[in-house]
Design a protein around this ligand. Structure first.
Ligand SMILES: [Zn+2]
Length: 217
């Protein structure tokens, strides 16, 4: 990296500079030309995708994040699964999965389930909304660099919700002896996972920095 890298260090740290972008495959550094929304930039050496300018990226990501938060609340309000055996029924909430592992002595596993099913998605949704909602209202959000970095770190956790779903499915299959009914919260949880994934997929980091620059200008 040359002297230029020091100039926009903040933005660099977040993996993006307005002027330069490195190819993820062959590391060739390109200057970023002005492209229109909906267009893609490719590496001139190997043809790998360098960046995409999604149409209305920030608004769409915000819409998915707000939808996700709504489903998150629903997912935590109602039973996830209800078991019925010999006339007795037992309902499980989302948090009961983590509690059950901890009660059984598997506290590390319980902690992982707790983080993956509740803490990580909630943090992702709150960070997305706290960055994107002010921008929508023409206010420059604070601590954007830290929040974007947090989003990047949380991404594998947010995606691991899919494994949590796998555990739930396995749980249902193992419960052949009991009548298992799916609660409203399980549906809400699946929709929340989909909303989180879509919020990440539609989010264009470079659009955040462009919008931030506009707001601070
Ligand atoms: Zn390349």
């Amino acid at each position: 990296m040359g002297e230029g890298a020091a100039i926009e260090n903040d933005v660099m740290a977040a993996g993006y500079t307005e002027a330069l972008v490195a190819c993820p495959e062959c590391d060739l550094v390109h200057s970023v030309p002005e492209i229109e929304d909906g267009e893609q930039g490719h590496c001139i050496r190997c043809g790998s995708l360098l960046y995409v300018r999604h149409r209305n990226s920030l608004d769409r990501s915000l819409a998915f994040a707000i939808t996700g938060l709504f489903f998150f609340i629903l997912a935590n309000m109602f039973p996830l699964l209800t078991f019925e055996l010999d006339g007795q029924s037992q309902s499980n909430r989302l948090i009961d999965g983590a509690i059950a592992f901890m009660d059984a002595g598997y506290w590390e596993l319980g902690l992982v389930v707790f983080v993956a099913s509740i803490v990580a998605p909630l943090m992702v949704l709150i960070v997305l909304i706290s960055v994107l909602l002010p921008m929508r209202l023409n206010i420059a959000p604070t601590n954007v660099k830290v929040q974007i970095r947090l989003l990047t770190h949380l991404k594998p956790w947010a995606m691991s919700e899919i494994f949590i779903l796998g555990i739930i499915v396995a749980f249902v299959k193992l419960s052949d002896f009991a009548d298992v009914s799916v609660g409203l919260s399980l549906v809400a949880f699946v929709l929340m996972v989909a909303a989180v994934v879509m919020a990440y997929m539609t989010l264009d980091d470079s659009a955040i920095w462009r919008r931030l620059k506009e707001l601070k200008a």
